[in-house]
Design a binder for this molecule. Structure first.
Ligand code: S3P
Length: 669
């Protein structure tokens, strides 16, 4: 608990998105079964999209992921070789499970590719036992590299009894999928139990399995029936908020609908051991999985030891637990967790280096780390290596009063928890109520948001860019998000006149964003598409897309997420009212219509316009102001700057001075 600053009060309820492990498997089993599988509440994150994309490429009929959809499975035999390489993005689970499936499909083959992080991850752990069963796996990277790119050739397989040296649900799942696809019997023995979603979901689908503490036995020649899935919330995602609540000063936070499968709840046990109070309410069983509401209260936390057989049940949560340990009284040791080195990043090295950068006393161990807790304010810049769980763990640490932490790539949360930053802002309560009654709206714990609004041609965008540069914070260009959406809508081949908001939004999952040095940059399918986004076809259609209320809503959510993750300057319509009602500084730029028309024409014509041209443009602008009146009203607490007679340089100077004063005031809190 921290006391030197305005207290952190948690409140309300968070429903973390669907469980990642169950979501992958729900899609894979639906594609393998014959008949319809209705899937509700799936996690629509980048990793799960990778699995959906891989299955589609193999002929499965997987619709766009939404809260409720049906997969019409056509049986294992209907799956064919993909025409091009399967792009597994950042997802180890996609790679390993689908590789197991392909290995068991005699005559089929697939090439697996991934991003830089995934390509570094070891695949021999599945390749060796799959090869032992009779499949052929070729590593196509540098000599001796057992990662992606990798080609898997399906073969008729023989039975295997595989004794794994470490607990891995991905390895176990890959072998069971190979067994199911080929009809071969599979036995996997593990030193500790890994997560058992595969076993539970297969049993529910009529597959006969024997499960014991030693492992699992899948007899040969099994058939899978289609069974509907309701995906519970991911306990790994809920852990971030359990940690936030345990570390808060006051309040209580409810975490709804959390999967409480005992192979997944190790982090909750560790938090309890550290002194946290986590109650379970509304315990129930759905689809063979225990589910409940976790009710978490702030507490004084003390150090603990985490190791041995409990590691598999909290492996993904260890970065968060390490950050919690940094705020607990005493010295925490994490051991037996060497697996962390081959996750989305080397999570031992990365957590240790980042904690050290923030001022925490920490020691790297070969299979874990030693962390000395303290109450000192932590400040510094976190390097995530694109690892979602690092971004979120340090995001929670950064939300604690007194800490000042920036994160290099907050957008990488899209791998498993796309709405993380929004949920974090929500759990901390409205900023207006967060600080002391006498304090200003925003608190120092949250990023600074400077909202710049104004009517058409008021120069919002160029001013915002310039201000962001001078303040050395990120500029969010909401227009770029509309352009990215438009580019994807054009890509569907549907004529623009026929675009519906639902169709346009169906592509939204392909847009993520990342922070560059200066800006928040939307990515399309993971890459920068700046040129295509500025192209004439996009420019012609972007206003059509920007007028769709549902799309505006989505873009506003992205912009809010960026603003919750890092200091930003944002410009655009309704930014200070609808999007960031609690922005620390709101500026509304106005200028006489004649002057705005003149500036706009200079930009467009690249010469001085004559009076007749300005008069015509002025009329158009006044008409546009009339149409925009509802959107362009200044927020009540906005500072209006009339720029008619000032140069842009002067106007930027004024805003920067206001922003610096705001920042100093917040820091003094
Ligand atoms: C997963 C298994 C675990 C876990 C990963 C998801 C799964 O990996 O870390 O996030 O869904 O099977 P390992 O099997 O490598 O332990």
């Amino acid at each position: 608990m921290s006391t030197a600053h305005s207290p952190l009060v948690v409140r309300g309820a968070i429903r973390a998105p669907g469980d990642k492990s169950i979501s992958h498997r729900a899609l894979i089993f639906a594609a393998m079964a014959s008949g319809p599988t209705r899937i509700r509440d799936i996690l629509a994150s980048a990793d799960v999209h990778a699995t959906a994309g891989a299955l589609r490429a193999m002929g499965a009929d997987i619709p766009a992921l939404s809260a409720d959809f049906v997969v019409h499975g056509r049986g294992i035999a209907s799956l064919h070789s993909p025409e091009s390489a399967l792009d597994c993005g950042n997802s180890g689970t996609t790679t390993r499970l689908i590789a197991g499936l392909v290995a068991g499909l005699a005559g089929r083959a697939a090439r697996f590719e991934g991003d830089a992080s995934l390509s570094r991850r070891p695949m021999r752990r599945i390749a060796a036992p799959l090869a032992e069963m009779g499949a052929r796996i070729d590593f196509e990277g540098a000599d001796g590299h057992d990662g992606l790119p990798m080609r898997v050739h399906g073969m008729p397989l023989s039975a295997i009894t595989y004794v794994n040296t470490h607990a891995s649900a991905q390895v176990k799942g890959a072998l069971m999928l190979a067994g199911l696809a080929s009809g071969a019997g599979v036995t996997v023995l593990e030193p500790q139990r890994s997560r058992d979603h595969t076993e539970r979901m297969l049993t529910a689908r009529g597959v006969h399995l024997t499960v014991s503490d030693e492992g699992v036995v899948l007899p040969p020649a099994q058939v899978l029936t289609a069974v509907d899935v309701v995906v519970p919330s991911d306990p790994s995602s809920a852990t971030f908020f359990a940690a936030l609540a345990a570390l808060a000063d006051e309040g209580v936070l409810r975490l709804d609908n959390v999967c409480l499968n005992p192979t997944r709840t190790g982090a909750f046990d560790v938090l309890r051991r550290m002194g946290a109070r986590l109650d379970i309410e509304e315990a129930r069983t759905i689809g063979g999985e225990a589910i409940g509401t976790l009710v978490v209260f702030p507490a004084m936390l003390h150090a603990t030891s985490i190791g041995g057989s409990e590691i598999p049940s909290c492996i993904d949560e260890l970065p968060m637990l390490a950050c919690v340990a940094a705020r607990a009284v005493g010295e925490t040791r994490i051991t037996d967790a060497g697996e962390l080195r081959v996750k989305e990043s080397d999570r031992i090295r990365a957590v240790v280096e980042n904690l050290r950068r923030l001022g925490v006393e920490v020691e790297e161990l070969p299979d874990g780390m030693r962390i000395v807790g303290s109450q000192a304010a932590l400040s510094g810049h976190v390097v995530t290596h694109g690892d979602h769980r690092l971004a979120m763990a340090f995001g929670i640490l950064g939300a604690l009063p007194g800490n000042r932490i920036t994160i290099d790539d907050p957008g990488c949360v899209s791998v498993s928890y796309p709405t993380f930053w929004r949920d974090l802002a929500q759990a901390m309560g409205p900023a207006s109520e967060r600080a002391e009654p006498t304090a200003p709206r925003a608190s120092a714990a949250e990023p600074l948001v400077i909202a710049i609004d104004g009517p058409a041609a008021s120069g919002k965008s160029s001013t915002a860019q310039w201000v962001a540069q001078l303040l050395n914070v990120h500029h969010v260009d909401s227009g770029a998000f509309y352009r990215a959406m438009t580019l994807l809508a054009i890509g569907t081949g549907v004529p623009p006149e026929q675009w519906s908001p639902a169709e346009v939004l169906a592509q939204a999952h392909r847009i993520t964003w990342r922070l560059t040095e200066r800006s928040v940059l939307p990515l399309v399918d993971g890459s920068v598409q700046d040129e295509a986004m500025r192209d004439a076809p996009v420019t012609r259609q972007v206003s059509r897309v920007a007028q769709m209320a549902a799309v505006r809503h989505w873009v506003n959510d992205q912009v809010r997420a960026a603003g919750a993750a890092t200091d930003v300057v944002v410009d655009g319509r309704d930014i200070g009212t609808a999007v960031f009602p609690f922005a620390a500084l709101k500026v509304f730029l106005v200028a006489d219509p004649w002057e705005r028309a003149r500036r706009r024409l200079i930009q467009r014509l690249e010469r001085r316009p004559n009076d007749a041209e300005i008069a015509e443009e002025t009329e158009a602008l006044v008409a546009r102001d009339g149409l925009d009146a509802a959107q362009s009203a200044p927020a009540r607490d906005a500072i209006t700057i009339d720029t008619t007679t000032v140069t842009q340089e002067e106007q930027v100077e004024r805003i920067v001075a206001l922003a610096k004063a705001t920042r100093d005031r917040l820091r003094a809190l």
